[in-house]
Design a binder for this molecule. Structure first.
Ligand code: ATP
Length: 350
């Protein structure tokens, strides 16, 4: 059974007026559903509208058209008081951490509950609990300037979680961090998702982040969602060119064009890329096509990885044979269940 819906966008558009005459449609007819407990990635280039989209979830931005729901509540229609209550259930972290430099780590983490009815001791207890959760209890009484970028993001996560939110919005949360620190923050986010059941929305321009921890993904291009679905299916069979470009950034099969230029294809040779999943990952496709079609197949690059616990493999191969043999081989490969075939033409795989 599908998990219940936490966030829903129905035909959401957002227009910013840039001056009296000009306006800019930043989100265009966005439809998406985020299920409770999932890790949902929103990927797109700079300016695609990612931040605007997640800011519509907590009502920092208001949709110009369409509806945004948080559980069963329509965010745009809430009173100020109701919106404040909803925001208490929505945590947010940012690329630049947004910590207050003149406050200690403990004071930073306590900020969202500073004016609550909780007493000082209870607040300190909750702060320490959050700092334990993110692995930084010993930093409670130090200042942000003494922390590394990764530690600052951990503090920001602790602050965002202190109200026990249902969802954590992460706006390019790892973009300012080196790859190793990025990994440790992603690991922490995954742990929080598993332990607390908190829903995560990750805005990013890095497909590696999506590959590492997301369950679902929406690809945003100039304000439009061009593709969405579960991460494995999208990695296996991306439909949109932009999605393919993002996936290529994480793939060892993304043979550089300079390397491809060194492969001097002669007549009767065809460069292809095949991607295969599940059982096909272990089926000896190359042997089969060599025997069946008497074709030579030279492997240029091969890769196999586990994605969400399932294998995803791929090969870049030069097929060498008569035109008819190549055509029959391509037909055979394309007829295989769970095998995607792309042919190299005009400098790219299509
Ligand atoms: N308050 C605003 N007024 C006018 N234009 C805005 C406003 N906020 C954002 N925009 C414009 O909307 C577009 C999308 O911005 P947004 O920050 O949502 O994109 P993004 O995908 O998050 O990009 P980045 O990763 O660079 O932040 C940009 O062209 C931006 O200039």
């Amino acid at each position: 059974m599908a998990s219940p819906e936490l966030v829903k966008f129905q035909h959401v558009s957002k227009v910013f007026k840039t001056n009296k005459k000009k306006s800019h449609e930043v989100l265009k007819d966005v439809n998406l559903t985020i299920q409770k407990g999932k890790i949902f990635g929103i990927i797109g280039y700079s300016g695609a509208g990612k931040s605007t989209l997640i800011r519509c979830i907590n009502g920092i931005e208001k949709a110009t058209q369409g509806k945004v729901f948080f559980e069963d509540k329509e965010v745009n229609k809430l009173s100020k008081k109701a919106l404040r209550q909803i925001r208490g259930q929505i945590g947010m972290i940012f690329q630049q951490f947004n910590l207050m430099p003149a406050r200690t780590i403990a004071e930073n983490v306590a900020l969202p509950i500073k004016y609550s009815s909780l007493g000082k001791e209870k607040i300190r207890e909750k702060v320490m609990e959050m700092l334990e959760l993110v692995g930084l209890p010993e930093k409670a009484d130090t200042y942000p300037s003494s922390l590394s970028g990764g530690q600052k993001q951990r503090v920001a996560i602790a602050r965002a979680l202190i109200n026990n939110p249902k969802i954590l919005l992460c706006d390019e949360a790892t973009s300012a961090l080196d790859p190793q620190t990025t990994q440790s923050i992603l690991k922490l986010l995954k742990k929080l998702n598993e332990r607390l059941g908190i829903t995560l929305v990750l805005v990013t321009h890095e497909m590696q982040v999506v590959e590492d921890i997301c369950d679902e993904i929406a690809v945003l291009n100039k304000g439009k969602i061009v593709e969405q679905g579960d991460v494995y299916s999208i990695f296996v069979n991306p439909q949109d060119q932009l999605t393919k470009r993002f996936i290529n950034t994480t793939s060892k099969l993304n043979v550089s064009s300079s390397l491809l230029k060194t492969i001097n294809l002669v007549r009767n040779q065809q460069l292809i890329k095949i991607t295969y999943i599940s059982d096909e990952a272990v089926v000896p496709l190359i042997s089969i096509i060599s025997i069946k079609f008497k074709i030579k197949a030279n492997i240029i690059v091969g890769d196999i990885k586990m994605l969400r616990g399932k294998p995803l493999g791929g090969l870049v191969i030069v097929l060498d044979g008569e035109a008819e043999q190549i055509a029959d081989t391509l037909k055979y490969l394309r007829g295989q269940k769970n095998v995607q075939v792309e042919v190299y033409q005009d400098g790219r795989f299509l």
